[in-house]
Design a protein around this ligand. Structure first.
Ligand code: SF4
Ligand code: SF4
Length: 340
């Protein structure tokens, strides 16, 4: 009895000391990265070859727990085909090579002209890759032969694989069985064709033990159809997310990402590329502007060329005002996707 007490007393102290050391190490590593990033060559210069995201539609039926879709008020619409073709052609003329159909809000599979658009992009040989993030809830709308012929080279599937109930909780729709059937169909067909599409499965965090997620029969079933280590994917899940500038109330098991310091240090995304929203507005960042109305909107693709918007005064001023005068755009002040 007399020997047990000191051991019991020491354990918490040792645990606290370890945690402190771990936190200190993390803080030092962050500080080194943060300082080194500032002095990185070309850190504050626009990329020579910008990236372009085309929001082919801002329609999405899901209501993910960490998404602003349920509160978005802008009109739900597909991107006008003429504006789409104009954007693709102008981006090709700029020498761009990195293009995708990622939406700020929206699931491209709900765009009736998706395959036509993909074929249009792939007419330009410089666009060697094309893909988008999707829930895959609506893949069955397209004949698989047509889908594979359209020229997509990658898909990022956002999902959960631990049953209908958890899926419903996260995505806000009861479409687990359909998603699963679509995912199986996609993977089987992709395997049969020699994997022309790189399918990356992103398993979203749910409020349940990781061991249960990893042991779920549906996850095991999908794991047999892909080389991706799905157990490792689950273990590396991020529980730190953004709350879309306070528009979304996160469930308690998800945490807000840290708000990194950003004074005189424009976000890297302002140098990376452009976003064409489904209403034609062109933004300097594809990340948080769910209404497509922020100070990061540079113009509309129907009235201006992408080349002019990329090299024009508005974007240059946004960067310089932040860098030299610390005028941070409102939308960027509380954005937790800020890239230092
Ligand atoms: S995260 Fe994507 S799938 Fe989920 S509601 Fe938002 S746009 Fe839809
Ligand atoms: S801080 Fe956020 S909104 Fe601003 S450019 Fe970066 S990612 Fe986009």
């Amino acid at each position: 009895m007399s020997e047990a007490a000191p051991v019991g007393d020491e354990r918490p102290a040792t645990g606290t000391a370890r945690r402190t050391v771990v936190h200190l190490r993390k803080a030092v590593r962050f500080a080194v990265r943060y300082v080194a990033g500032y002095f990185e060559p070309g850190r504050f210069a626009p990329g020579r070859s910008p990236k372009l995201s085309l929001e082919t539609t801002n329609i999405c039926n899901a209501k993910c727990v960490f998404c602003a879709n349920p509160v978005m008020t802008r009109r739900k619409q597909p991107l006008d085909m003429e504006a789409f073709c104009k954007a693709v052609d102008e981006f090709a003329a700029m020498g761009g090579t990195d293009i995708d159909f990622n939406a700020t809000i929206g699931d491209p599979l709900l765009d009736p002209r998706l395959l036509e658009r993909a074929r249009y992009v792939r007419r330009h040989p410089q666009f060697a890759n094309l893909g988008f993030v999707t829930t895959l809830q609506w893949l069955h709308r397209f004949p698989l032969d047509d889908f594979f012929a359209a020229g997509f080279t990658w898909l990022a599937v956002s999902t959960t694989l631990s049953g209908r109930e958890r899926y419903h909780e996260f995505f806000g729709v009861d479409l687990y069985d359909r998603m699963l059937a679509n995912l199986v169909a996609l993977l089987e067909e992709n395997n049969r064709r020699g994997r022309p599409i790189h399918v990356a499965i992103s398993i979203k965090p749910t409020n349940e033990p990781l061991a249960r997620v990893i042991a779920h029969p549906d996850l095991e079933r999908i794991a047999r159809l892909t080389d991706q280590d799905l157990a490792a994917t689950v273990r590396s899940q991020g529980f730190y997310v953004d709350d879309w500038l306070g528009a979304v109330t996160l469930p308690s098991y998800l945490k807000k990402r840290p708000l990194y310091p950003r004074s005189f240090r424009p976000c890297r995304l302002l140098y990376a590329g452009l976003m064409v929203y489904s209403n034609g507005n062109v933004g300097a960042c594809s990340c948080r502007d769910f209404e497509a109305t922020s100070e990061l909107i540079l113009g509309n693709v129907k009235d201006a060329t992408l080349g002019d918007l990329w090299t024009g005064d508005t974007l240059a001023r946004l960067r310089e005002d932040w860098r030299r005068r610390n005028r941070v755009p409102d939308i960027c002040r509380s954005c937790r996707h800020y890239l230092y």
